[in-house]
Ligand binder design. Structure first.
Ligand code: AMP
Ligand code: MN
Ligand code: MN
Length: 332
């Protein structure tokens, strides 16, 4: 699924005529969600559009590793979003429930523009800029900035670069096409501080995080015979462990990045207990298992190599269900 020219034209028309535009991204925003949102926010502001950006988080705060992102002055708390906005644009959000409590305002909007790259996107808007071949939502966001006729400032380039580097795992994952490197070159020429972004996103963690990581890796389980002998490695991050080491939820999202390097396992899974007692499950595959298919079957979404879902049952039951869905999602 790529974006049709008629969709671009329709969206540019809707957005540039709007009285005001509210930008939103998914709960627990990552670099692609927030980078895309703020890049488009800064471009719309440059075009003279009345624009604000938000996501569902209580208390409302920036994820600790994304505090360098430019354009944060566009952010408002969810409570300050009008009940029936003129136009809402969502970024990196495959289904409307991923907006959390902002879903109601998105549904009530005069127009709802969905900007995304998830294969599992449910096309819940009135307009869709969804390109499942894009390496990041940030790639679609950059196309939109260009089509708005806004020059690529260093700030916009930094926000787009953050999305691109996040979702390609520093240009290592399969989605990294020659075009991705061409876009990255353009962003660097515009002044994106790639060394700072890389260090912040991938190479800066609190000492407490390292201690939490040691604990949860020590307790990880390797099941070499799982998924038809392809191998599964998994662990759990409890709210209690996060409290012990003083690690906010968003920082614990990085645990999967370490667990997934396990040679003996095709699939890595981290079950994270959220502050409200649910389990947020992250899955990563090396390619032989379509984790998006398994997670969609359990009510979540994502991509072939990286996907997730939310579970309200205990870890044992959740893992049992996931194991059998992973068996069904073997593709190589
Ligand atoms: P994460 O493991 O949270 O980094 O997410 C990996 C991918 O799965 C991202 O593309 C997410 O958007 C998607 N994803 C994670 N959790 C969920 C969920 N509960 N529902 C739908 N998609 C999810
Ligand atoms: Mn995301
Ligand atoms: Mn993304």
């Amino acid at each position: 699924m790529t974006v049709a020219e008629s969709d671009w034209t329709a969206v540019l028309d809707v957005v540039t005529r709007a009285q005001s535009v509210v930008l939103m991204c998914h709960i627990s925003p990552d670099g692609d969600a927030l980078g895309s949102t703020l890049a488009v926010g800064m471009a719309l502001r440059a075009r003279g559009v009345n624009v604000v950006a938000t996501y569902d988080e209580e208390p409302f705060a920036m994820p600790s590793r994304l505090r360098f992102l430019p354009g944060q002055e566009l952010l408002v708390a969810p409570a300050d979003v009008p009940e029936r906005p003129d136009v809402v644009m969502t970024f990196d959000t495959g289904s409307i429930d991923r907006l959390g409590r902002l879903a109601a305002a998105a549904k009530a909007a005069g127009a709802l523009v969905v900007v995304d790259h998830h294969t599992s996107n449910t096309l819940y808007g009135t307009h869709h800029l969804v390109d499942v071949h894009a390496a990041a939502t940030a790639v679609v966001a950059l196309d939109f900035v260009d089509r708005l006729g806004v020059a690529l400032s260093t700030d916009i380039a930094t926000a787009v670069y953050t999305g691109l580097v996040t979702d390609t795992g520093s240009f290592r994952f399969a989605a990294t096409t020659p075009e991705v490197h061409e876009i990255a070159a353009r962003l660097l020429r515009a002044g994106a501080p790639h060394d700072l972004v890389g260090r912040e996103v991938f190479d800066t963690r609190s000492f407490g995080y390292l201690q939490l990581l040691a604990t949860v890796i020590e307790r990880a389980t390797l099941e070499p015979d799982a998924i038809g002998g392809r191998g599964l490695v998994w662990t759990t991050v409890t709210a209690g462990q996060r409290a012990t080491f003083n690690v906010p939820y968003d920082e614990a999202e990085a645990v999967i990045g370490t667990l997934r390097i396990t040679e003996e396992a095709e699939v890595a899974v981290v079950c994270k207990e959220t502050d409200d007692g649910q389990l947020s499950v992250s899955t990563r595959s090396k390619g032989a298992v379509d984790v998006a298919a398994a997670c969609v079957a359990l009510g979540g979404g994502g991509h072939r190599y990286a996907a997730g879902f939310t579970s309200t049952t205990d870890v044992e039951t959740t893992m049992m269900r996931l194991r059998s869905e992973l068996e069904l999602a073997i593709c190589e």
